[in-house]
Design a protein around this ligand. Structure first.
Ligand SMILES: Nc1ncnc2c1ncn2[C@@H]1O[C@H](COP(=O)(O)OP(=O)(O)OP(=O)(O)O)[C@@H](O)[C@H]1O
Ligand SMILES: [Mg+2]
Length: 383
């Protein structure tokens, strides 16, 4: 089974949209897929799937004694796609007890399926991070806005802290160092990860080695959503550089998804965009990402035979090229609408005008965020 956790630092960046449509794409490719809504307290994956009345879900399962998660797996209207609802009345992940978490993870990982895709709540609660770490290659969704990028970075940093904690037993020198640090600084975000690692390596080589063994298996993947312009694709490089420089990890770029107005209509008609407009640029981007997951699957199979397999091409360069191609497709689509008379020149001018206004507003907002981020960086918040 391939476990695909999908997380984000900031809310509203498109996790649920991505999870639902990716599931449908993999289902169409003949894979059996279970989508699990682990955004407890804020579950809405059913809406993106067009299921108005989800039955009992994970929240109910957690609160019954015993129980079998298999009984909560529902059919969807989509081929090969199954669904486990969340339960919005149940408080968020932050409130799960250790026993509940164990019960849930044991049963999730023993479900019978090709893919288990988990829609996690936004943010870095301990439980969310632990679900993210059920795979070494969880997917982080972000948009190109400065807040979403910083929050995405912070999510990864918190995930590394969690790994570090688990690598350093409480009574080990490394464990004691972490406890001391936590007492001293209320905000662990200010701790410079690479320095901390150096220190742990000196005082506690054994725990350091534990951590390095974990890091070797940690290859988070990135999806950059809601692009407006091919230039937005550059933001992924910035995130990658911060991760390399300050966290000592590299990301794999799965690809970009442009903002698509058709999504609003798809959502209000209760249809995932992949079904509503399979040929839209957004749907095509999801299909392309689904193909990459399937490719990883093939590579994993090859791994056992060819452990030294060479991953020549750079996922970031590929994603940047795809961003340019998608933009081209968007323009071609507009041209087509003009030619077929579905859109008049007047409509187009009107749209361009409103977009210019929105872009100006966004630029102002971006300048404000930028100054905030610079300030945060100066205060050592990032890194
Ligand atoms: N590429 C896109 N183009 C247009 N609209 C989008 C796109 N991606 C997401 N949206 C819209 O943005 C909103 C937020 O998306 P979604 O609910 O998937 O985010 P989320 O990360 O799951 O949010 P939450 O953290 O609240 O669970 C939704 O209305 C969705 O339809
Ligand atoms: Mg969501």
């Amino acid at each position: 089974m391939h476990v695909l956790p999908v997380a984000s630092g900031k809310g509203g960046v498109g996790k649920s949209l991505f999870v639902a449509n990716l599931g449908i794409a993999l289902g169409q490719a003949g894979k059996r897929v279970i989508l699990a809504d682990l955004d407890l307290g804020g579950s809405n994956l059913h809406l993106v799937l067009g299921e108005r009345r989800p039955g009992k879900g994970i929240g109910f399962f957690l609160n019954e004694s015993g129980g079998n998660l298999k009984d909560y797996v529902q059919n969807t209207q989509y081929e090969n796609v199954f669904f486990i609802p969340g339960d919005s009345e149940i408080p968020g992940m932050a409130n799960l007890s250790a026993t509940q978490k164990r019960k849930l993870t044991n049963q999730l990982t023993s479900l019978d399926t090709d893919y288990l895709i988990m829609d996690l709540g936004a943010g870095s609660s301990f439980n969310t991070i632990d679900f993210f770490l059920l795979s070494g290659a969880g997917t982080l969704v972000t948009t190109p806005t400065p807040t979403a990028l910083v929050n995405g970075y912070v999510f990864l940093k918190n995930t590394l802290f969690r790994m570090l904690h688990s690598a350093c037993p409480k009574s080990s020198p490394g464990g004691k160092l972490l406890q001391k640090l936590e007492k001293q600084s209320a905000n662990m975000q200010r701790v410079y990860m690479m320095d901390l690692l150096k220190e742990i390596q000196e005082v506690d080589p054994k725990s350091y080695q534990n951590y390095m063994d974990m890091i070797k298996k940690f290859h988070p993947r990135l999806v950059l959503n809601m692009l407006e312009d091919p230039k937005d694709a550059d933001k992924a490089y910035k995130l990658r550089r911060s991760c390399q420089q300050y966290l000592g990890i590299d990301l794999e770029h799965l690809g970009v998804m442009y903002r698509d107005e058709l999504q609003d209509t798809a959502l209000s008609s209760g249809l995932p965009i992949l079904v509503y407009k399979p040929r839209s640029v957004l749907s095509q981007a999801v299909f392309r990402i689904a193909d990459k997951y399937i490719q990883f699957e093939l590579e994993e199979d090859q791994h056992s035979i060819l452990p030294e397999a060479d991953y020549g091409d750079d996922s970031f360069e590929t994603a940047e090229m795809e961003a340019q191609l998608d933009f081209q497709s968007k323009i071609e689509y507009l041209e087509e609408l003009l030619q077929t008379g579905a859109l008049t020149m007047g409509d187009l001018m009107e749209t361009v005008k409103t977009q210019q206004y929105e872009i100006q507003q966004l630029k102002k907002e971006a300048a404000l965020y930028k100054s905030k981020v610079v300030r945060a960086m100066q205060q050592g918040f990032i890194g």
